[in-house]
Design a protein. Structure first.
Length: 266
């Protein structure tokens, strides 16, 4: 009887393991066809589509005719696993540039962006700090550091973003007033910052209201994307930090519309 139960458990977990492997494959490649997945995993087209339907339901991937993608669109924000693996060099450079704005004793708020997450690796020599964030990977990293007073901003948990949000989180943010906010968005136009999801915008707007100095961290790819919901004018940020791969013809319109733009060297 025990072996039957064990066998059932193994059988039940096999689709979940395969879906995790498919998700990792799509994240690594960005976009793939259904036939690519059939060949890579040795399963039927029907099984692939069933797995992709489940992964799309979880917000891990986006299906389109003939294939699947982990890349963002104007209405789809990539899963955190994909975001953690993109533009790493650029995010590290932006973080090094932004780190110069932080002094020991300050209170700092970080949103649920992987751009802000990159800053945490630079915190050790500028403690003590008080840091507030709704991003679970950031909370985990910060909890392991000395001389950090950590304010974990709770709310409704999103597995897609690995962060907390919704009204409970926005209300927790509004109870604070920090020296600095470091945040990012999905897309930037010459005049505004945008994000695909209304609930994410809700929390980010609360963070903007709760910080004295507001810093927007954006790698060059975000100046070439679109997203559905407008977060705020770029002039609401004290500084916009971009990486030096950003073309000058994309930076100049930001400055022409009043934004203070600083370029991080790679």
């Amino acid at each position: 009887m025990t072996s039957d139960v064990d066998g059932d458990t193994t059988e039940l977990s096999r689709p979940a393991r395969r879906q995790a492997e498919i998700a990792a494959y799509v994240v690594e490649h960005g976009s793939v066809s259904a036939n690519d997945l059939v060949e890579a995993f040795g399963v039927s087209v029907m099984t692939v589509h069933r797995d992709l339907d489940e992964l799309e339901r979880q917000g891990v991937v986006r299906k389109y005719r003939g294939g699947v993608s982990a890349q963002p669109t104007s209405v789809f924000e990539s899963n955190v696993a994909y975001r953690l693996n993109t533009a790493q060099t650029e995010k590290a450079a932006i973080a090094r540039h932004a780190r110069a704005m932080i002094e020991p004793g300050m209170s700092v708020m970080l949103d649920d962006s992987t751009s802000a997450l990159a800053l945490i690796d630079l915190f050790e020599d500028i403690t003590p700090l008080t840091v507030a964030t709704n991003f679970l990977p950031a909370i985990t990293k910060l909890a392991a550091l000395r001389d950090i007073t950590l304010l974990a901003l709770g709310g409704i948990y999103s597995a897609t973003h690995d962060s907390f949000g919704g009204m409970p989180c926005a209300e927790a943010v509004e109870a604070l007033h920090t020296d600095l906010l470091f945040c990012s968005v999905s897309a930037v136009s010459p005049t505004h910052a945008f994000h695909q999801e209304e609930e994410i915008v809700l929390v980010k707007r609360a963070m903007l209201r709760a910080a004295k100095t507001k810093v927007l961290l954006v790698d060059h790819a975000k100046l070439q994307r679109t997203a559905l919901h407008r977060l705020a004018p770029l002039t609401d940020f004290d500084v916009v930090v971009v990486d030096e791969k950003t073309p000058k013809d994309l930076i100049q319109p930001l400055r022409d519309h009043g934004a203070t733009v600083e370029v991080a060297k790679l």
